[in-house]
Design a protein around this ligand. Structure first.
Ligand code: NAD
Length: 267
């Protein structure tokens, strides 16, 4: 563990904490001194995440796994209550869980069922997470409040000719909602920001882009010339979670290899 911790004694809930960005964040936040609650719809995988914390960082504060479907208000409410019960407070809420459904397509082909499923997880779930985190942070015994980070995506600000209508709409709404909540709650010391990941080298995306041509069709748009790694997102989330970002409020915080800044990319 590092000599100077960036989340010493903080209590952090990370939704979608069993895989990808969430899993890397569980490990990184624990390594930086936080009590971590790995909340995921996949309970077994969340338990594995917590075991990994204990194996990799035996000196880290205790981490726990909670089964939580973020699209269900009762689950999020219970998850926040569990964190406060176990650790006495809540400092960081990383609303990161999200889905990208393979049947999410264009305006003509996307079924209402897929739209609703996506919105319920990616948008309504973030709302529930904000709602119950704000309530809990207001009650922190020492009066200090907290940081809420909501995962959006680069597709919230860039159009793509490979449509995923519901996903894109849900992520755009996360940006707008986060900005508004950030302004509403800034003066009570609760900071809200969005994390906007670029395209990542995750299994999901790599399975989808299963030929060099498909990968290159994307990579030509990315100034960095490569896909991002989940750990690079976790490092962005750590900055937003920690007091290092104490004056960062309402940001669309892009960790995107430059894709959102690009017109013509390098040869
Ligand atoms: P991932 O699929 O590796 O992990 C997502 C986790 O969320 C899984 O553990 C899954 O079980 C969990 N989950 C799914 N639905 C849930 C629900 N209703 N309640 C609780 N947990 C649920 O995904 P990832 O690539 O790490 O993505 C994390 C976030 O980053 C998502 O919001 C995603 O939209 C966003 N994002 C990803 C990319 C990318 O290229 N991977 C790019 C931009 C944004």
């Amino acid at each position: 563990m590092p000599a100077t911790l960036r989340l010493p004694g903080k209590v952090a809930i990370i939704t979608g904490g069993a895989s990808g960005i969430g899993l890397e964040s569980v490990l990184l936040f624990a390594c930086e001194g936080a009590h971590v609650v790995a909340a995921d719809i996949n309970e077994e995988a969340a338990q594995r995440a917590v075991k990994l914390v204990a194996d990799m960082y035996p000196d880290a504060p205790r981490a726990i796994a909670v089964k939580c479907d973020v699209s269900k208000e009762a689950d999020i409410k219970a998850c926040v209550a569990k964190a406060v019960d176990e650790f006495g407070r809540l400092d960081v809420m990383f609303n990161n869980a999200g889905i990208m459904h393979p049947a999410d397509d264009n305006a003509l082909t996307t079924e209402e069922r897929i739209w609703d499923l996506t919105m319920n997880s990616n948008l309504k779930g973030v709302w529930w997470g904000c709602k119950y985190a704000i309530e809990a942070m207001r009650k922190n015994p020492d009066g200090s409040k907290g940081s809420i980070i909501n995962t959006a995506s680069f597709v919230a600000v860039l159009g793509a000719a490979t449509p995923q209508l519901a996903y894109t709409a849900s992520k755009g709404a996360v940006l707008a909602m986060t900005r508004e909540l950030a302004v509403v709650h800034a003066r009570e010391g609760i900071r809200l920001n969005s994390l906007c990941p670029g395209p990542l080298r995750t299994k999901l995306l790599m399975d989808f882009l299963d030929t060099p041509d498909k990968k290159n069709r994307r990579l030509v748009q990315v100034p960095a010339g490569r896909f991002g790694e989940a750990i690079e997102q976790a490092k962005g989330a750590l900055f937003l979670a920690s007091d290092d970002s104490s004056y960062v409020i309402g940001a669309d915080f892009k960790v995107d290899g430059g894709i959102c800044a690009a017109y013509v990319t390098p040869e």
